[in-house]
Design a protein around this ligand. Structure first.
Ligand SMILES: Cc1cc2nc3c(=O)[nH]c(=O)nc-3n(C[C@H](O)[C@H](O)[C@H](O)COP(=O)(O)OP(=O)(O)OC[C@H]3O[C@@H](n4cnc5c(N)ncnc54)[C@H](O)[C@@H]3O)c2cc1C
Length: 116
């Protein structure tokens, strides 16, 4: 079910209208559509964040097990399991790429170049 627009009483937002032609309301209302809040009719008036693309790289690690998230100014590495080889993800880029979700060779290169 998709929220299509804000339900209003005068200037006040009292709920939302949905793709199933329902109006939902409640005692409190909060915008939770993230950067897509702008796409909801009436949502431009709400405070929302802009989209940011963060690419990550999945790796297999055959060395000593990594048991916690490692962070430095070069980025971070997150262990995804405790197997050998171990699944890791390394990140990330932080790009103003609009709503583009594609992974790029430039993004992967940027992350992998941080290992030195
Ligand atoms: C690279 C990167 C790394 C990050 N790392 C961290 C981290 O380690 N820790 C952390 O706390 N935060 C992290 N963040 C930030 C975090 O991802 C965001 O702050 C968080 O996802 C925002 O949550 P949200 O619920 O506001 O929006 P979102 O997670 O974007 O959720 C919005 C939801 O609304 C749904 N939606 C959109 N439009 C509609 C509609 N019309 N009707 C119904 N549903 C709709 C969407 O499908 C989505 O499920 C990171 C961000 C980036 C880019």
């Amino acid at each position: 079910m998709e929220v299509t627009s804000l339900a209003k009483a005068g200037d006040r937002c009292v709920g939302v209208k949905t793709s199933e032609d329902e109006t939902l309301s409640g005692p409190t209302r909060r915008a939770t559509a993230g950067c897509w809040t702008f796409a909801v009719e009436g949502g431009r008036a709400l405070r929302a964040h802009a989209p940011v693309r963060g690419q990550m790289v999945a790796l297999r690690h055959a060395g000593k097990l990594i048991r916690r998230v490692l962070r430095s100014e070069r980025g971070y590495i997150v262990p995804r399991d405790h197997a050998t080889p171990q699944k890791l993800v390394a990140g990330s880029t932080l790009e103003n790429a609009g709503y583009e979700k594609a992974v790029t060779s430039g993004g992967l290169e940027q992350i992998l170049a941080r290992r030195e």
